[in-house]
Design a protein around this ligand. Structure first.
Ligand code: CO8
Length: 276
């Protein structure tokens, strides 16, 4: 497949004759999602959508460590490091991608290896199917970072897990273990083999089964079920920017988010980097 949408961090591959593509995100060390990464994902999805031979899409991580993505790059959220205009572009781009993913005609499957907080969980929730390795964690943990869960991300989770369990997890900022996520219906299955190749093999086995379903009926049913939600989400996210920006500039948020950034980059990583 001509890889017009390839960026240095997003790769789209199609095995010979396969009816599905594998989109790999590999921005070392943790796939922190900045504007460029969300834009690359948007271009890659459009490329797959516009390839008639494709019926499915697997999204996975190509990192060396067990991380699907670390979610949004915190530097895009920490107000002193960005601007309202940059934040607007960032927010609109990522939500435009998520809506497109949620209403994609393709069978979409998120193959989650390891940590999957916040923005990575949102990508997974916008997919039709989720397979996870037995190690890692998943959830929308925004509350613990001092920021509100974006409204439609929370609603996606409610749709997947049910209102009660989702609210409980969202309000506590919980990152669930894969086993909890499976029990609560947040993921559909756990891969037996937790290596990148083992996970991909498990994902491909499910995908091969799903793409055998009549694709026009699959896509039409998805559209029927999700069109109203997507339209309401699209009408909402541009206006979400100004309220969020105010929130991101509040002294309490700056303190919590700044503290989280400091903690992450001051972990003891050996004598050279130990800042504790
Ligand atoms: N953004 C930027 N840099 C990050 C991020 C991030 N999200 N996560 C980690 N990093 C950096 C670290 O600072 C560190 O940098 P350095 O090596 O320069 O010190 C490097 O990546 C490696 O990180 P770790 O040492 O922590 O790597 P580990 O393998 O030990 O852990 C984890 C990987 C589990 C992914 C861990 O890094 C982690 O938990 N990261 C934070 C995850 C998180 O909480 N993300 C939430 C982002 S918010 C979001 O996506 C939705 C926001 C909605 C906006 C609403 C606005 C109102």
């Amino acid at each position: 497949m001509a890889d017009a949408a390839a960026s240095s961090h997003v790769r789209v591959e199609v095995a010979d004759g396969a009816p599905y593509a594998v989109l790999t995100i590999a921005k070392e060390p943790v796939n922190s999602m900045d504007l460029a990464l969300w834009s690359a994902l948007e271009a890659a999805l459009a490329q797959c959508e516009n390839t008639p031979s494709l019926k499915g899409l697997i999204i996975t991580s190509g990192l060396t460590r067990d991380v699907f993505t670390a979610g949004n790059d915190l530097r895009e959220l920490y107000a002193p490091l960005t601007s309202l205009e940059r934040y607007r572009q960032f927010w609109v781009t990522q939500n435009r991608f998520l809506v497109s993913l949620y209403r994609s005609r393709l069978v979409t499957l998120s193959a989650i290896r390891g940590a999957c907080p916040a923005g990575g969980c949102a990508i997974s929730l916008a997919c039709d199917h989720r397979i996870m390795t037995p190690q890692g964690h998943i959830g929308l943990n925004e509350v613990l970072l001092g920021i509100p869960v974006p409204k439609y991300w929370g609603m996606l989770m409610q749709g997947v897990m049910g209102k009660g369990p989702a609210e409980q997890a969202l309000l506590a900022g919980s990152l669930l273990s894969p086993q909890q996520a499976l029990r609560l219906g947040l993921v559909h299955s756990l891969a037996e083999d937790s290596s990148a190749l083992g996970l991909l093999a498990a994902a491909e086995a499910v995908m091969k089964r799903l793409v055998r379903l009549p694709d026009t009926a699959y896509a039409a049913t998805k559209a029927n079920l999700r069109a109203d939600f997507c339209a309401a989400w699209e009408a909402y996210y541009p206006a979400e920017v100004d309220g969020a920006w105010q929130f991101l500039n509040a002294p309490e948020t700056l303190k919590t988010l700044g503290g989280a950034m400091k903690r992450l980059s001051s972990k003891d990583k050996g004598p050279a980097k130990s800042k504790l």
